[in-house]
Ligand binder design. Sequence first.
Ligand code: ATP
Length: 347
Amino acid sequence: MAEIQIKQVAKSFGKFEALHSIDLTITDQEFLVLLGASGCGKTTLLRIIAGLETATSGEVHIGGKRIDHLPPKDRGISMVFQNYAVFPHLTVYENIAFGLRMAKLDQAEVDRRVNRTATLMHIEQLLQRYSGQLSGGQRQRVAVARALATEPDVILMDEPLSNLDALLRMEMRAELKGILAESNTTTVYVTHDQVEAMSMADRIAIMQGGDIIQAATPVEVYRNPAAHFVGSFIGNPPMNFLPAKKVSDGLWTVAGAQFDGPSSNKNELNFAIRPEDLLLSDNGPLQAKVTLVEPLGSHVLASCNIENNLFRVVLESDTSISRGDVLNLKPMPDRVRWFDPDNQLAV
Ligand code: ATP
């Protein structure tokens, strides 16, 4: 059992609070992604779990045992970093065996584990090569194999795919996901790439300014963002937002059209909808003037203007529209979300 519990973990660097009181439980064998913009505290939180950074306050437990006072090597954790420090003067075999030799495993066991993880990572044919002679993607696999070979309870990964080209990155993310699912480890994976997060995670913890704003499944964060920030950060293009004014209890006016919405003591809310959740319809209540048409193969992306707000719509690829057209748009009712403009939270 390698459940990770982060309890009220805070971290200050001098006067700067990089993490406010963070509470998060990562269940045994879960693949949790920490996602957020640069500087939001992802790496700091990962380094605290690893023991490479000390929290200012709070506790970290793994498998029910408090571990924040233990040195990194006694935490049952392996790490893969962005620069995946693979030793160029060692063969792939010796790179993967490195942690096993440190742990003084006998040669038969070293052999077994190196061969097993190399096969898993599809690098068994490279074992005798020096890692200085490998491509970036191959070196990446060596780093992951080395982390897996120690059979850790927990693997921490910090932007491990960021140095790879787009195609290799896509391949590796699918492979890594499969391999980690088979390896029974609990994984915490840092990225600022929302596609990577959505495609790999069991659950995504979205961070902003040292806080976790929402921790939920990819579908949940996409469909039901807990805050305006999540809706605008997840999804490409992001959610559309329009100001809404109360007409009466549960009735709101948005860009001149009326919508049923939540009961709220606020007079103003933000109406939100994803670009693919609108239909073209003669009686569509929202009028959007097209400013840019981007045919993207599988669909057409139309950027529009609604009362000086940028509003994007994803339409079927054979839709014939031009700049300057006015679209009548009908939001799918069950896809509309509402946010409080003061605290930015979902209503
Ligand atoms: P990135 O995606 O750019 O790596 P991140 O979300 O991982 O960003 P962190 O590296 O955790 O962000 O940093 C969080 C904040 O803490 C940043 O504002 C950073 O400047 C600050 N910070 C991190 N380490 C230190 C340090 N040793 N001393 C002072 N400030 C630090």
